[in-house]
Design a protein around this ligand. Structure first.
Ligand code: 5GP
Ligand code: MN
Length: 319
């Protein structure tokens, strides 16, 4: 066992009260990783609190333990862990008033080590993949409810094992989790396929805004459209997966108005040589080579203009 893993194991063993947090607008990996580690530490006799600033979206409420997640940490902790968080800002209000994290577990390319102990492996397909690999090493047992959460992280971050970074290890891990008795088909459908009526109406509004210049295809979603559709999240309801499936797109972008002064941007790079995390970084965001995001100050129109200019520049760079 390396020194880092020995230290992580020892911190988990000696801590009594442990806080686990992940990022705002949580996805399947953020929620699945928070719950998997949280449930395993609780099984090991720890007093665990799990916090996600935006709570658990409706589409993930079926995950075992999700009812225990709070929006803001409360009380005293011996150990604070972030999972799937590429920077401390992304934790949002979940950690307001707390000291900086003791342990950071993540797989983003752009993650700065902001913890005391940092387990950051960008080649892992998901934070859930790191947990599947290392939890047994730390003396934590993967039970069926924990396996369901881990598999959800693996399935969602690889879009059902079809992203270019999907490894044989990720597939083996999924097989091992399946062998424990989780219902992969149902977890897959609930996290990647099924959507609400309101979510589909919201998609319709976004799709009607679709535009293209050269290899850039993009769509916008406004607050008014969100309200009109009845969609309750502040994300794109994963419309980026449709925009990035368009043949003509080398880079797909989604702009989601958060308020009149703030816009969430998602990039997907559809060509192997592109690294969209470098574009996201210019705007204070980050992520992976093929999938990145940023929350940018400015109105939808302002942000759109700046982001499209920067993206065009990145696309036209020689490679
Ligand atoms: P999405 O576009 O689906 O929100 O995120 C794509 C990837 O970029 C995810 O891995 C996510 O963690 C990362 N990402 C999204 N928004 C931000 C952000 O504001 N800051 C950073 N550092 N990463 C982000
Ligand atoms: Mn992830």
């Amino acid at each position: 066992m390396t020194e880092l893993h020995a230290e992580i194991k020892s911190r988990f063993q000696t801590a009594g009260r442990i806080l686990i947090v992940s990022h705002v607008r949580p996805d399947g990996d953020a929620i699945g990783s928070t719950l998997a580690l949280g449930l395993a530490l609780a099984d090991a006799g720890k007093e665990v609190q799990m916090a996600l600033a935006d709570g658990v979206p409706a589409g993930f409420k079926h995950l075992p333990g999700s009812d225990k997640i709070v929006k803001k940490a409360e009380g005293q902790f011996d150990l604070i862990v972030t999972v799937d968080c590429s920077d401390l800002k992304r934790v949002g209000e979940a950690l307001d008033g707390y000291a900086h994290p003791d342990i950071v577990i993540d797989h983003h390319l752009t993650t700065e080590p902001f913890g005391t102990l940092n387990l950051i492996e960008p080649e892992a397909v998901a934070t859930a993949s790191l947990l599947t690999r290392y939890m047994p090493l730390w003396g934590l047992t993967i039970t069926v409810p924990i396996a369901a959460n881990l598999l959800t992280g693996l399935v969602t971050d690889t879009l059902g094992f079809r992203t270019a970074n999907t490894t044989p290890e990720a597939l083996r891990q999924a097989a091992d989790l399946l062998e424990l008795g989780v219902d992969m088909s149902s977890l897959y459908f609930r996290s990647l396929v099924r959507r609400t009526f309101a979510g589909a109406k919201y998609w319709g509004a976004g799709l009607s805004s679709l535009q293209r210049t050269d290899g850039i295809v993009w769509a916008t979603l406004t607050m008014a459209e969100r309200k009109a559709s009845g969609y309750t999240g502040n994300d794109d309801a994963d419309l980026i997966s449709v925009v990035s499936s368009i043949d003509e797109a080398d880079i797909a972008i989604m702009f989601v108005e958060q308020n009149p002064q703030k816009t969430k941007v998602s990039w997907r790079g559809l060509k192997a040589h592109l690294d969209v995390s470098q574009i996201a970084r210019q705007f204070g965001g980050g992520g992976h080579k093929a999938a990145s995001g940023a929350e940018i100050n400015g109105s939808l129109a302002e942000v759109q203009e700046k982001v499209l200019a920067a993206t065009r520049k990145a696309l036209n760079q020689p490679h």
